[in-house]
Write a protein that binds this ligand. Sequence first.
Ligand code: EAX
Length: 323
Amino acid sequence: NYRRLLKYSVASIVLACAAPQAWAQGKQVTITHSSATNSHWGVAALEFEKVVEALSKNKYNVVVQRLDNEREAVESVQLGSQECALGSTGPVGNFVPDIRVLDVPFLFRDYAHARGVLDSEVGDKLLEKFKARGMIGMVWMENGFRHLTTGKKEVQSPSDVRGMKIRTMENQVHMEAWKAAGVLPTPMAFSELPSALQQGTVDGQENPIPVILAGNFDQLQKYLYLTSHVYSPGVLVCGLDFWNGLSAEDKKIFQDAAKASVKANRSRVEEDERSGVQELRRRGMEVREVTNREAYQEAMKTAVANFEKQFGADVLKTLREWR
Ligand code: EAX
């Protein structure tokens, strides 16, 4: 009897210790992003975590992880080995071809223009396209306007980029545009970029201020040219099976969290845009204002003719002239 009593008391102590913990853990939902915690992606993922956990009263335990290979992240979401991911649309067009139109260079004038389109029915319709590819496009996010950087050779005008090896995202639209400008586009995942710059496999790359800042690219590149040649959208995606398994109430929680996440993301982009160039100069980067942006546009012109065929000249015109 004494033995039995002992067995029961041990069992109840074990249960007492384990149970609340298991309960507090909630159902694990992993979301990945490709940058530092202190970045426009990091703060967005943390906000998503905070809001899901608060609104669900810890029914869900959101785990934020860093995964610099954005293509792999989307693949994992599609396959269901992770629930959600947020990041640039760079490689996403390879999964959802319709969204490639958003990556066309010189399409958006400024942030207000891009956000206006993404937040409209045009953006909603494009998010709908993710379903056929096993994902839910939750919300449009933002990576920022991309700028060219180089390591050794200084670029004075777009004709100087001819023959240069520039890393691009694994994005056909970007590759085509740079090719038209005479560049040898070298596509690779974001995860491979720092070592490619370090080893000099490429002469330069292009990314928005928030990415250059958070990735400390000032240590890898000497020159920054404020080309703003293309707006780089972002997107928060979740797996379709995961999504279909949620109750309507929980879906609403995740949607609200996604919206809060966009807010955090955009206000961080704004902050980086305000102080980032000054900070990069302070860190020693040679920053060049670009007064001849049209010359870059001109250099990419033959590609734009192709994009008009691919996406429809009228579609591009509507997007360009959006007010
Ligand atoms: O999402 O691959 C890129 O250059 C992206 O801009 C970066 O991953 C940030």
